[in-house]
Design a protein around this ligand. Structure first.
Ligand code: TRP
Ligand code: ZN
Length: 461
């Protein structure tokens, strides 16, 4: 006699009667005002373990990611952000899970539902040619090819081009990233290099990031690089990788700027507080390989043609502002760029004699119709303008206004207090304005209304 097979829905209902979980699918986005589809609801990632194998000749990436995550509600299914390539297998808790793709969403439906509060592991294997992502402002990120390799940049969305993740800055996690490449190449990433093992003509580089990292700050850079390891005067490990094929003039200029990295880090510590991570460095990518530098955690990526001491100071300042204290939502990005730009002003004040006030005056002198006044720094009207002047220049002007309102001593206490209070965590604009008022004991409503939230050029500097 054949046993009667119950349809899945009935089995789920029975599960409910016997005290099992009654999950619903997790949300496909975190309702970020500017990027509603980024991130996913229903879980928090604690750790990503990535194994990647790249063949530059074929532009082919084979990857596998294992996420350790905690369910924040009963889940029948959950999403990851992922674009391009093919998913070849997916498991949850070691058991096969159904995988569905729609747009940039990968939906995994485990055989058994996940209970609220439970820690679970999911592994996704994938392969193919990773994509370059075009942002709403027409800039390019995600997977960028170079003559002999590639680099991966993820702000704001591009990480989903090379690994499935909960791709929103509010969900930070630790990472292990393992990358196998042809033996004549290097693979550089975040955190610390644990091993480099060559076998059968290929080298596997194993990188470990033990401090929480937002997915947009993860990177891998593959190619022929000159690597140097050293320590800053205070003993922080430095790992620098410079694109090997620069002509001799560019090589010298690059070496001069990169050589100042330990000094810049020590200078930034004086101003911003203890360095937030267990190593530092920089990756100088081939000329023209990316349109921007990016503050990838531990070691920023800077295309060789964009390297200046100010750019390096900017990207290293991001280690405090953005990488350690990370925005809760993308509209809070002025907290990254305003401070990183202000760091350039401070660097120049301390080294070239042009004061932060002079930088401010120069920016303020721009006419009413200049792009710097196009919108208030804390209210970017769309995803297409998050990297525009108001976020950077006017963001720095907000920081300068605070300094003028509270005086230098209180200003530096606030800056160091802020990086301490939210170290390795997330913070919003409201968290910041509240913090500044509490620490200074001043009501700064007018300053916020005028500089942070006000439309157009403020009437007086
Ligand atoms: N946030 C980067 C910086 O200030 C610049 C940037 C803007 C960027 N959009 C990007 C980097 C897209 C990479 C991809 O240093
Ligand atoms: Zn920046």
């Amino acid at each position: 006699m054949r046993r009667f097979a119950l349809p899945g829905a009935v089995l789920l209902a029975l599960g409910g009667c016997t005290g099992g979980v009654q999950g619903k699918p997790g949300a496909a986005g975190l309702r970020d005002g500017l990027f509603p589809k980024l991130g996913n609801g229903g879980y928090d990632v604690e750790h990503y373990s990535l194994a990647l194998d790249y063949d530059p000749a074929r532009h082919h990436l084979t990857g596998s990611v294992t996420l350790t995550a905690r369910a924040t509600r009963d889940l029948s299914a959950f999403n990851l952000d992922f674009t391009g390539m093919d998913v070849t297998s997916a498991t949850v808790g070691g058991e096969r899970a159904d995988a569905d793709r729609a747009g940039d969403e990968l939906t995994l439906r485990p055989a058994d539902e996940i209970e609220k509060g439970a820690e679970f592991r999911t592994t996704v294997a994938y392969s193919g040619t990773p994509k370059t992502v075009t942002d709403q402002d027409d800039s390019h990120e995600g997977w960028l090819r170079t003559a002999d390799g590639a680099l991966a940049l993820g702000e704001p969305a591009g990480s989903m081009a090379w690994f499935p993740s909960n791709n929103h800055p509010s969900d930070k996690a630790t990472y292990d990233i393992k990358i196998t490449v042809p033996r004549e190449l290097k693979a550089v990433s975040n955190g610390e290099l644990k091993s480099a093992v060559t076998a059968g003509g290929r080298t596997t580089f194993t990188w470990h990031t033990g401090e929480p990292m937002a997915s947009y700050l993860a990177t891998v850079v593959i190619g022929a690089y000159d690597v140097k390891e050293s320590k800053t005067p205070s003993g922080l490990p430095v790992y620098t990788a410079v694109e090997a094929k620069l002509d001799s003039a560019a090589k010298k200029e690059t070496a001069d700027v990169v050589g100042r990295l330990p000094e810049i880090v020590e200078w930034a510590k004086e101003n911003f507080g203890p360095y937030p991570f267990s190593s530092t460095g920089v990756i100088i990518a081939p000329e023209g390989s990316a349109e921007y530098a990016l503050e990838t955690q531990n070691r920023p990526v800077v295309p060789a043609d964009q390297l200046t001491t100010e750019t390096l100071a900017h990207e290293l300042a991001h280690q405090w502002f953005g990488d350690s204290v990370t925005p809760k939502r993308w509209k809070d990005m002025w907290l990254n760029e305003g401070f990183a730009t202000y760091a350039e002003w401070l660097w120049s004040e301390d080294h070239d004699g042009k004061s932060a006030q002079a930088h401010f005056d120069e920016a303020y002198a721009k006419p009413d119709d200049d792009n710097v006044w196009a919108f208030p720094p804390a209210e970017p009207p769309s995803a297409a303008v998050i990297s525009d002047e108001p976020v950077y220049q006017r963001g720095a002007m907000v920081v300068h206004q605070i300094r003028r309102a509270v005086g230098d001593d209180t200003f530096y206490d606030i800056v160091r207090g802020w990086t301490k209070e939210h170290r390795h965590a997330n913070a919003s604009t409201e968290d910041f304005t509240r913090f500044v008022e509490e620490e200074s004991g001043k009501d700064l409503t007018d300053l916020w209304d005028t500089w942070l939230y006000g439309d157009g050029k403020p009437k007086s500097p």
